[in-house]
Write a protein that binds this ligand. Structure first.
Ligand SMILES: [Zn+2]
Length: 178
């Protein structure tokens, strides 16, 4: 059965746009004026009346992979890139803590580095970042001095309650909108 050529997507209860058109390398693409381009960027530019550079990337904000609704995206910023890089860095720290025994001096510099680099990004309320820090702190406790352990426990308690608050807010958001 042929579907209407004009229907490029359908919407669901969250106002997410599900693509029905052409795909290329896993990405929705649209051809306009003989030029094939990212459908996500095309809709975003049209809706927000902006021109994006080729290097601009869009960040999804609704949590639904593949959604194309321009209201559910924003342009990726340097802060987004820093957040991603920091989460990768925390993952590396975790791996090195798993592999190698640490001295309390090394734990001291590790916690200082995490405080300086990762703590300022906690304002983004990114759950992945919180989990990354908690995992490092859990492993750090194995090698920590008594004073360090007390500090690490306090931080973990605070971080985990922060994570719960964020998840509760996400949960009530979806209850209100469904
Ligand atoms: Zn969406």
């Amino acid at each position: 059965m042929a579907r209407k050529a004009t229907q490029l997507y359908f919407t669901d209860g969250n106002e997410c746009w599900h693509w029905l058109g052409q795909m290329k390398s896993g990405e929705a693409v649209i051809t306009r004026n003989g030029k094939r381009q990212s459908a996500k960027k095309f809709f975003y530019q049209q809706h927000h009346q902006v021109e994006l550079d080729a290097s601009d990337r869009l960040k999804n904000t609704c949590g639904h992979k593949g959604c194309l609704n321009p209201e559910h995206h924003r342009v990726r910023t340097d802060a987004d890139r820093e957040l991603t890089a920091t989460k990768q860095w925390l993952f590396m720290l975790k791996s090195s803590l798993e592999k190698k025994e640490q001295t309390p001096q090394q734990i001291a510099s590790l916690t200082t580095n995490i405080r300086n680099r990762a703590f300022p990004l906690l304002q983004t309320n990114d759950v992945g970042l919180i989990r990354g820090i908690v995992k490092c702190f859990q492993l750090a406790r194995i090698y920590a001095s008594a004073a360090q352990t007390t500090w690490l426990n306090e931080q973990m308690r605070w971080l985990i309650s922060k994570e719960h608050t964020i998840q509760k807010n996400v949960h009530s958001y979806f209850n209100r909108h469904n």
